[in-house]
Design a protein around this ligand. Structure first.
Ligand code: PHE
Length: 338
């Protein structure tokens, strides 16, 4: 062992003893400066390294590092022991009020989904589920959407590199259920959807829908109207009315869009309904026979209706939210209101 090595190890032993005996944090700090400071014992000892033969130098460097690490650890330990001693009874102020822990809440979107599912459950629907990463077959082809339909455009749909895509609506769940079940089928499928929209007060690139599907013998359009009217009453109150407007979807025939009468003004016209008295909710219709053929159902035997609903739209109407982006900012001041 070189002299220097011996000196370093002596410093370690002495240092540990001093640290052990220290009684307050000032003393600990003084010891630290004296031992490890720029002009402290260890630094001074290390000045001797230059005079050693080159082959001895790395060994000394290593020893010095070990000594420093051990001293640093001992100093830290000592400080935390002194700290916790100081925090004896006298350090706790019994008169301070307690700290309240924030309680989490359901997100308004989850609220609306849960309530909508509950309403449909009471009407005999069961919940179905499908993947958010879909293939073109379920999202488009099986829904009778032609290859050149604009909704397939990369401007509207997020495609993955392997040709799959982020579902643009919950309608592919219709197909997944029909592929695996025989009629009667009566499901609702809530879930997240994606479209390449530019975000603004009424659009976000991901949003939620709830899909409804009922297939059996002799299902009629008037039943669809009855279901949607009942839903509107349960969700928004008995004064709300429903109206159908003709529309087009590739997977329903006839297709329609439906509106709820404005629950804000009672249908008289206000800023929420842009003076029209009606609020657009989403699309619906009778399942197109071409869809039944794609999933192997006999279109002569079965009929059915399907509908979609925009969850964010329902949430905005229900809670009077005027910008959809508020639902996705996760600002606790906003969320704690629901
Ligand atoms: N999937 C349609 C959309 O996203 C809505 C819809 C659902 C229309 C079911 C008809 C039947 O716009």
């Amino acid at each position: 062992m070189t002299d220097l090595q011996k000196q370093l190890e002596d410093s370690l032993v002495e240092g540990l003893e001093l640290i052990e005996k220290a009684t307050d944090s000032r003393e600990v700090e003084d010891i630290r400066v004296n031992l490890l400071g720029r002009k402290g014992t260890i630094s001074m000892q290390m000045k001797g390294v230059g005079k050693l033969p080159p082959e001895d130098r790395p060994g000394i460097g290593k020893t010095a590092n070990v000594v420093k690490a051990k001293l640093t650890a001992a100093l830290t330990d000592k400080l935390s022991v002194l700290d916790s001693d100081a925090a004896g009874d006298s350090a706790i102020d019994m008169t301070l009020p307690g700290r309240r822990r924030g309680i989490g809440r359901k997100h308004p979107i989850s609220h609306v989904i849960d309530d909508a599912v509950e309403i449909f459950r009471r009407m005999g629907f069961v919940v179905a589920d499908g993947p958010e990463i879909e293939d073109e077959f379920h999202n488009f082809d099986a829904l009778n959407t032609p290859a050149d339909h604009p909704s397939r455009d990369i401007q509207d749909t997020f495609y993955l590199n392997d040709g799959r895509l982020l579902r643009t609506h919950t309608s592919p769940v219709q197909i997944r259920v029909l592929e695996n079940q025989q009629p009667p089928v009566r499901i609702v499928a809530p879930g997240r959807c994606y479209r390449r929209d530019t975000p603004d007060a009424t659009h976000t690139m991901n949003f939620h829908q709830i899909e409804g599907l009922y297939v059996d013998e002799n299902v009629s359009l008037s039943e669809l109207k009855g279901i949607l009217l009942t839903f509107a009453h349960e969700m928004f109150g008995v004064d709300v009315n429903v109206r159908f407007r003709p529309h087009f979807f590739p997977f329903t025939e006839p297709s329609l869009e439906y509106d709820f009468s404005c629950m804000n003004c009672g249908g008289g016209g206000c800023a929420v309904c842009k003076q029209s008295g009606w609020l657009e909710i989403s699309g619906a219709g009778m399942v197109d026979p071409a869809v039944f053929e794609k999933v192997g159902y006999d279109p002569e035997q079965y009929t059915g209706y399907a509908f979609g609903m925009g969850i964010e739209r329902l949430a905005m109407l229900r809670y009077g939210i005027n910008d959809i982006r508020l639902l996705y900012e996760n600002d606790v001041r906003f969320l704690s209101q629901f």
